[in-house]
Design a protein around this ligand. Sequence first.
Ligand SMILES: [Zn+2]
Length: 548
Amino acid sequence: MSAKKHEQLVKLLSYHLTKMISESNGISLNYTLELMVHSEEIKGNELLQKNIAEFRRLIHGHQQGEVDISTLIGHPVAEAFFKFFKNFPLPYYEEHIHLTGSLSADFIYPRLMNLLNGKDRVLYENEIKKVYGESALPIQTIDDVDNLIRLKEGEQFNTYLKILFLPKLILNSRLAHEEAAYHMAFDLYTKYNVGNIRLKFTLSRSSSMQAESIPGLGSLTEEDVVMGLYDGFMRFKKDHPFFQFVLSPSFRKEPDFFDKSVFASKKDSFLAQVSTILKLIEKHPVLFNVMNEVDTVGDERELYRKTQFEEMKTGLRKLQYYGFSVRSHHGETWKNLRKGVQSVDNAMNIWHIDTLEHGLSLGINPNFYFQRLFQRVVELNHAETPVVPDSQEWNELNDMDWGGHPEVLQKILKGVPISSSDETLFLKTKFHSAHEIEHYQHDILNRMLHKGVSLTSLPSSNLKLTSNFSIYKDHPFSWWEKKGVKLAVGTDNYITLSTNYIQEMLILLFNDPDNLKITKLLMMVTKENRRPYISHLLWDMRKKFQPK
Ligand SMILES: [Zn+2]
């Protein structure tokens, strides 16, 4: 099919989709598609009929784990849905986006070339080689940059944190921050109908972690960063008055992530940043309208103990007394599932968080998770293969309570074949582990509901960065939704992860074709609670949308 014909098809599908969604008031995906098949207009058009039927089969196949999400996303019906969401009259709330992973290559490229053609060329090249390897150079085109800032198939969390380096290099002045904020607001609105941004960014770049020491950033102050971002967003708001934003300074939570040449402890380092924030607000009171929360980020696999949480507690408490709320990235990655739940538990108890970002450890079904683990380990054992130290299997096995039979664990770890009675013992041990953790998860989820702690869900980020589930349909969004958790949606680092806000909406819809109502999804992402108003807007779309 020619590009023009394809475009016409998508437009026509989108017209019929808009019509059906408005007439049936935004019901589930499967019902909507079923009704379309019965529509007289569509019955009379073989091409439309064929495409909708095909898409219904693909959705069904996806539920069986046989069709992957990219096949769905690339289908003309999905493109029509994209168009529909893009045209919805209310803008969306992007609730979780980081500055460094959300700048496109066309923005980075000219600024990076300025650095590479400047006097510190060698310095920059060396830093780039350290992070991306020798093959990263020379950088000559926008595509070269694009290639470096996107996560590749199979790459995971450590690579992800590292490749955010390139954007960090160019965010070297107040002006760069202003331009970055404007660029981001412009791109997200014009391409994905996002009109509300909750931006996560690093307030201060000082740190003792080597990969984070960036040349030429010595003179950049926290005020430059914050005021640059503020000015950039305000500039966009001037032409688009509906636009809203939140500046959410984010702090790396790893215990060794602070400048040891300046501070004696993580606690002192964080307190200094807290006082910087409070001074900034005092100097520019208008900032408090948009900067009244903080977030914590980083690798949490070794970060779950109470004492580790105490390090930042005093600083967070101080901010809370000044009216700040606290969000935290938790339960995103974990050493073992129990510790993944524990870290959320501690964030709630010790930090008093208002919103949990990711929270995946609360959504994994332990019975499924441990049964799969059991199957994988038994298979290894039958092949007399030892368990790789510090792998997920290793960490989970070591966390289980083996009671009076530590020798079974030792055999499994070493790849010594176990007897069938040993295997039964292993089965029982994992069964009880799963049960314990399931209980723990429900406990924490109920506490979240009780305290009104909300959860920001990041499907693509979770799928691409953790190895805890392999297909989108296993993401817990729908389960949380049924449980009544207050949910929001974010893309995390949409450029790095090669996704976008509307694509995340499509993923959520395609994952739960029977239960997630289109209207419900729209209400969630626009924060518009007046259902009749949504119906009215859908009806308006229908009136305006005429196919050519
Ligand atoms: Zn994040």
